[in-house]
Ligand binder design. Structure first.
Ligand code: FES
Length: 194
């Protein structure tokens, strides 16, 4: 029998996606639950063929911790581009201080968020489409979907029916790190195999 252990407790993950704060309301609880399934698995005990009681630890893919920016250097509505979780296809992402509290927002104002740039409909490029007035990304140049960055990248209008993958952030002093993903990047069957 396989035994799966998590190296992060659910409460820690809830705080992680919620900018260091406890979960608020049913939306965060549900998302945190989904998140737990998305990034927590780190150690799997695999039964060895022919050896009834023997189990071998195996490392399962985990997200890299990547330094993205310094909080003190961010300005409201001035996005910064980066790649995550690797430098492969569809890895381009946006980091932006919205100036408005957002789901998963980081920092004292809970307004720093990051998202993958690739439209979840058919892979349209969303680079350069940040709308400061609406705190949104889009419209997508292919079929006009727009995504709300204050609400975990949910689509506002257009053809897409899945939210934009959100990059999970962590604050360490003044340093902002990308530490995981919520949602599957377009064009990938696994976020870590681009
Ligand atoms: S690819 Fe973006 S809306 Fe279709």
């Amino acid at each position: 029998m396989n035994v799966i252990k998590s190296d992060l407790e659910k409460d820690d993950l809830v705080k992680l996606i919620n900018g260091g704060k406890p979960a608020r309301g049913c939306l965060m609880t549900r998302r945190s639950f989904l998140l737990t399934g998305g990034i927590a698995t780190s150690v799997v005990m695999i039964g060895m063929p022919g050896m009834v009681d023997a189990q071998q630890p195996a490392v399962v893919s985990t997200y890299p911790r990547k330094l993205i920016a310094r909080l003190s250097e961010l300005r409201v509505d001035e996005p910064l581009d980066f790649e995550y979780p690797d430098e492969g296809a569809y890895a381009e992402s946006i980091l932006v201080k919205l100036g408005r509290e957002a789901g998963g927002g980081l920092g004292p104002d809970s307004d720093v968020v990051a998202f993958n740039y690739t439209c979840t409909h058919q892979g349209g490029p969303l680079q350069g489409t940040y709308q400061a007035a609406d705190k949104a990304l889009g419209p997508c140049p292919l079929h006009l979907t727009t995504f709300d960055l204050t609400r975990h990248g949910i689509f506002i209008s257009g053809q897409a029916y899945q939210s934009l993958p959100q990059v999970l952030l962590e604050l360490d002093g003044d340093d902002i790190y990308a530490v995981g993903m919520f949602g599957l990047i377009y064009g990938r069957i696994d976020n870590l195999q681009g």
